[in-house]
Design a protein around this ligand. Sequence first.
Ligand code: NDP
Length: 267
Amino acid sequence: MDYYGVFGNPIEHSLSPIIHSQFAKQTGLDIKYEKILAPLDGFAKTAHMFISQGAKGFNITVPFKIEAFNLATQCSLNAQTAGAVNTIKKNGNELIGENTDGIGLVNDLTKNLNISLNGKTVLILGAGGATRGILLPLLNQQPKRLMIANRTASKAIDLAKDFSIYGNTCGFGLDKVKNDPVDVIINATSASLDGQMPDIATGVANGAICYDLMYGTQTPFMDWAKTNNAKMIVDGLGMLVEQAAAAFKFWTGKQPNTQEVIKNLRS
Ligand code: NDP
């Protein structure tokens, strides 16, 4: 049996063990995947202990993704540009870091929802860790323009500058969002966690595909999108399953059937 797990603090809410056990069943692999609560000041020590017990890899969630980046001995380009790691694979003495969040979002959009980003205008709300993780995979889809709007404008401007070598990006404050419709809006703020919706011009949502990274509940962003005539409104459950599938493939080489798992979780 191969051992994997997910580290976080808190971690009780994590759906990852359910998702990975369904992947293991589908692919016929004998896998044990557990939730591990690491102390806030003890991530690296707990992770090393897990590896020394024979684990082949693990996922990392809030608040340890940056510490995981520092723990990894090698990192993919995705992880390097994100400055954060959500998946580690043990390979001999190396701990290889990957960030599958952006791959997960792009796979949900393009494969599950049949949405092409090529040539589209995309607006991301938020400039935190999640935005940093999704930017490179989104830019690889060659949107016409990728705009980042954030409550703290300077963070959006800095992020856009950091990623400008990969595509057409720009950053500004939420107050600078224009009333003109865009093709896709991605809510990557944590405002939904507080029951809030960033205060932006409403005309931007008219006919747009509105995607909230948050999942498990109807969010204020999803309500706002509906009120303002969005074409399609989606939560982040598909992204969660797709980022897990990318991690599963990174560890085992096997591609699970994500649509079946998304359907199971929704029901
Ligand atoms: P961070 O804490 O790194 O960033 C939070 C961002 O939200 C910042 O840009 C912050 O702005 C902004 N923000 C917070 N509150 C408000 C508000 N009331 N109004 C406007 N902006 C606000 O969080 P993450 O980037 O790590 O996570 C963002 C979201 O993405 C979370 O809901 C998380 O659950 C979700 N997520 C989902 C995943 C999935 O698989 N579906 C994967 C990863 C994340 P400022 O800079 O001004 O503080």
